[in-house]
Write a protein that binds this ligand. Sequence first.
Ligand SMILES: *[C@@H]1O[C@H](CO)[C@@H](O)[C@H](O)[C@H]1NC(C)=O
Ligand SMILES: *[C@@H]1O[C@H](CO)[C@@H](O)[C@H](O)[C@H]1NC(C)=O
Length: 376
Amino acid sequence: MAPKGSLLPFSLLFLLLVQFATANENVIDRCWRGRGNWAADRQRLAVCSVGFTGKMRQNRGRGVTPYTVTDPSDDPVSPRPGTLRYGATVLPGKVWITFQHNMHIRLAQPLFVKSFTAIDGRGADVRIAGGSGLVLYEVNNVIVHGLQVDDVRAQPAGRVVRPGGAVQRVDVGDGDAIRLVASSKVWIDHNTLSRCEDGLLDVTLGSTDVTVSNNWFRDHDKVMLLGHDDGEVTDRRMRVTVAFNRFGPNVNQRMPRIRHGYAHVVNNFYDGWRDYAIGGSMGPSVKSQGNLFVASRPDSANVTRKMPDADVAGQELHWHSVGDSFENGATFKQMGNRVRRPNYNRHQAFPAANSSEVRSLTKDAGALRCSATSAC
Ligand SMILES: *[C@@H]1O[C@H](CO)[C@@H](O)[C@H](O)[C@H]1NC(C)=O
Ligand SMILES: *[C@@H]1O[C@H](CO)[C@@H](O)[C@H](O)[C@H]1NC(C)=O
């Protein structure tokens, strides 16, 4: 029989473990993970978002159609019920999409995701690879969660069904994993994105109110583009939160590369880069807060890179670093004369953590392996 005295240390240890487990979760994950019944209340996720996307309240509740993907095949023109394209593009109304089992989907053409759609990969291992990626074109209220997207390549021009049912011709694509065009209120959370022909995530042509959180971006050259090109003045209204992501290993540049607009880059783990981490032109504002930047080598240690502007006049950059940590010689060159605040409203605001916690806050970045019957 164990002596009575051993009970005390044991319960202390238990308390410490509980503390450790919760202290290690970021504010988004803490909102839904760890609940044994997460699979019975999937739509709770919608109110766990923070940052510029705000809460995704429109994606939950009555009037949302649950839809299960059972068939990994893809017909870009007349998708069959049971396929991802049918649920994400064709099915009318608000839709919450889940996956019946693990699957690999090769998209024959870009998947045009419609408004009020949540793609929820939790509980299955969902890989979108070897074909096209996702396009959010003039849509809003979209959640993309728990997908693994890799090896996206430009597909030949062809025909594809668009939200609303019209079939249109699309040109040869770029090979982006996820591309936003003139879209707003979009939340990209817990995806693993790697090895695509072009970018992993593009936010362009007037897109705004976007949160990019808990993703793992790895093994890739051009990671994240915010702002289409130097001449695209609609991107001046762009506001993007980039939080709790892991970048690397084996990434080169654009984490993000920003033109115009504003990015709040907070509590991300930068696990090395070759060219630079944060770059930009055309007077964007970046508040870099509580990140951990670990340079790969002393000769590629510049976090920031100012790109040449197409139009030099009056394009002052405002790049500030607040509470970031730097290892291996990583250097952040601040620009502009003051920190620009995100000015979040109460549905968007969240506390930034100390950069010393970033390794643990991002340890589960990327698509999670969740079982429907236990904590995720
Ligand atoms: C790093 O930045 C400094 C100026 O901020 C520049 O002189 C240097 O060439 C940069 N290093 C690399 C490898 O780009
Ligand atoms: C972050 O935590 C460290 C100790 O881990 C502490 O020294 C530092 O002051 C903290 N920074 C902020 C901004 O609170």
